[in-house]
Design a protein around this ligand. Structure first.
Ligand code: 6R9
Length: 646
């Protein structure tokens, strides 16, 4: 190992952290050697109604496929995130809310207030007819009511399904229908970076193609002029005369807590289902370990609640651990590139958790906007969502953290519930660009294409061989798809879809997806989803979408489009089709580059050779590999000649 690439644990962290290097080794060993004992012990960090006597009960094999954790235990997630803290920290701030507009006042919600707000919200949901097991779709901006709504669902045993506010009415309708939600919680409008998002209008548009939708609860956020129809109720009116106490619903550990839709390599987005006990424990356990959280430090995860990171590391993990969690309505770069650091100073943030794409965008603005702020409160810096390039890692470490704060690069997925591979601040020496080592309880394995296990320093496809409590339990409504997607590529193992290198020190380096999923600014997009949106347009005959390198987003979207006979390509049509995708799915799916292709490179059996399309999109046209198996090799020359830049 070259010394230059190793950042040892800072002395203060080594002294003060709960887990040091020896502690990690011991914990890891125990988690694998005696998983039942280990997990029943860890489970004690939650408050149970009935404490579990069983830990993991699972099999990844086809003939006995099942995953259960703590199955005889019962609990309520909102009690764990709120009620149990009241004796000790009723007056501690639970949520700091920082508004989009810097001149507006932040909100500070104590645990006692959170209890009242969540109980009221829960009572409103009950009055709207929501009962245990019902699905509730949440389409809200980053306002405290988003956290209240999630916890209120948890309190009464309803299953929340959050849809990111940037998704279009069509994408929203699909997600409402798939899980059969009768109620949507939204706001008049959202705000972000000075722009407003017409959330309520989007729900109205979605309703036309979402027949299961019966009622809409509207939170007043901006005060915009939004007409209410027959199925709509203002939240503040409904909350005016409900009690501020609500008895929590006892839930079995395996009862669902939430559904969150995510993109896969094929088909429509999957409703990833998480359980109450296992997920909540994973959220609390990993938040406690990787951020070594101590009250009353201010902890800020700058994700959106529409993604799993917001679920686990803004709401469930920190609140289960009695933290002060900061929720930010806006963008890190608005009104200018200092904003994120001003928020750090304003609230004396101790731990900041953000994404490589945000760091790259900030880095582009130079060091001056950072230097204009103090950041003296920072002690820990986290990252998530995509591989972090060593250059961005070093900038985060040296410029933002002034060398003081370890960089906690957490690798995980919507499916995993929380971090699986990540350093511990008091235990793990860091290497820029590596998520380092598996957390106790996590058993990664690298395999080759044929499934052969690769040992030692090597590269391969990343699998996890043993279940962990935070593992997803099913795809909503399609258990067979769950099994097929994750457990059949390498039988008996969970396949992550990621490629990975393991070095001579046993450090893991995630290299990115090996399937047709692309990672745009840390957001997962299935190429198939963008292709389906394009071919819905009457002018499009066929489309193929691949990722291309992008210096801020990590990956951009490159679309090849074959038009129907008689339709002429033009710049105007390219712009029209980009706008079409934006409208069909949402702004995050807008192609960065769109090339008209008279033909796509296909094998004689009609399979599109994406390998070639990726190479052309990357601008690497010298090594296209073997094109002799193509039905018409000439199409490649045309594609190379007419490549567009993003
Ligand atoms: C939490 C989240 C999951 C995919 C995952 C991988 C990529 C996430 C990463 C990372 C390298 C990290 N990914 N964290 N790659 N280093 N620290 O992002 O969930 O939206 O489901 O995306 O993101 O490719 O498979 P999700």
């Amino acid at each position: 190992m070259s010394e230059i690439d190793l950042f040892p644990v800072p002395a203060q962290w080594a002294r003060e952290a709960r887990v040091d290097a020896a502690g990690y080794e011991e914990m890891y060993h125990r988690s694998v050697a005696e998983p039942d004992v280990f997990w029943l012990e860890q489970a004690q960090q939650l408050e149970w109604i009935t404490p579990p006597t069983q830990a993991g009960d699972w099999s990844f094999d086809a003939d006995d496929f099942h995953i259960r954790w703590f199955a005889d235990g019962s609990l309520n997630a909102s009690v764990n995130c709120i009620d149990r803290h009241l004796a000790e920290r009723a007056d501690q701030v639970a949520i700091i809310w920082e508004p989009d507009v810097p001149t507006e006042e932040p909100r500070r919600i104590t645990y006692a207030e959170l209890h009242r707000e969540v109980c009221r919200f829960a009572n409103v949901l009950k009055a709207q007819g929501v009962a245990k097991g019902d699905r509730v779709t949440v389409y809200l901006p980053m306002i405290p009511e988003a956290a209240f709504a999630l916890l209120a669902c948890a309190r009464i045993g309803a299953i929340h399904s959050v849809v990111f506010g940037g998704f279009s009415p069509d994408a929203l309708a699909g997600r409402i229908e798939d899980c059969g939600s009768k109620l949507v919680i939204t706001a008049d409008e959202g705000r972000r970076g000075g722009k407003t998002i017409p959330l309520k209008a989007n729900v109205d548009a979605a309703a036309a193609s979402a027949p299961t939708l019966e009622r809409v609860l509207v939170v007043r956020a901006t005060g915009g002029d939004v007409p209410l129809g027959e199925r709509d109720t203002w939240y503040h009116e409904a909350a005016a005369d409900v009690s501020d106490d609500c008895a929590p619903e006892p839930m079995a550990a395996e009862d669902p807590l939430f559904i969150l839709y995510t993109s896969g390599s094929t088909g429509k987005p999957k409703g990833v289902l998480h359980s109450t006990g296992g997920y909540l424990l994973w959220a609390a356990y990993t938040h406690g370990l990787v951020f070594d959280y101590r009250a009353p430090n201010v902890y800020w995860c700058a994700a959106d609640i529409g993604w799993v990171t917001g679920h686990t590391y803004i709401v469930y993990g920190p609140l289960a651990n009695g933290a002060t969690t900061l929720m930010y309505e806006g963008l890190p770069t608005w009104p200018d590139a200092s904003r994120i650091w001003q928020v750090v100073d304003r609230h004396q943030v101790h731990t900041l958790f953000t994404a490589p794409t945000a760091l790259r965008a900030l880095m582009k603005e130079g060091d001056a906007p950072v230097g204009a702020t103090s950041r003296a409160s920072l002690r820990l810096l986290g990252t998530v969502g995509e591989p972090i390039n060593p250059e961005a890692w070093r900038w985060y470490h040296d410029v933002v953290g002034e060398g003081r704060s370890p960089i906690i690069d957490t690798w995980w997925q919507t499916e995993t519930g929380g971090a699986l591979i990540a350093p511990l601040p008091g235990a793990t020496d860091l290497k820029p660009g590596s998520a380092t080592k598996p957390l106790p309880g996590v058993q990664p394995q690298l395999v080759d294409e044929t499934g052969k296990v690769l040992n030692g320093a090597t590269s391969g496809n990343l699998c996890i061989t043993a279940s962990w409590p935070g593992q997803m339990r099913t795809v909503w409504g399609d258990h067979d798809r769950f099994f097929q997607t994750y457990f059949t590529t390498y039988p008996g193992k969970y396949f992550t879809g990621d490629g990975c290198r393991r070095d001579e020190d046993g450090y893991y380096w995630i290299t990115g997806r090996v399937d047709d999923v692309i990672n745009v600014s840390g957001h997962r997009m299935g190429t198939a989803e963008v292709e389906s949106a394009l071919v819905l347009n009457h002018q499009v005959a066929e489309a193929a979408v691949v990722g291309m390198p992008h210096d801020v987003k990590g990956q951009g979207i490159y679309a090849y489009v074959t038009l129907k006979a008689g339709v002429e390509p033009s710049d105007a049509l390219a712009a029209e089709l980009k706008a079409w995708v934006r409208k069909e799915i949402g702004p995050i799916a807008t192609p960065d580059a769109l090339q008209f292709a008279p033909g796509l490179p296909k094998t004689r059996s009609g399979k599109i050779m994406r390998r070639i399309l990726r190479k052309i999109a990357e601008g690497d046209t010298t090594s296209l590999g073997d094109t002799s198996t193509l039905a018409d090799p000439a199409v490649v020359d045309d594609l190379v000649a007419n490549r567009v830049s993003g």
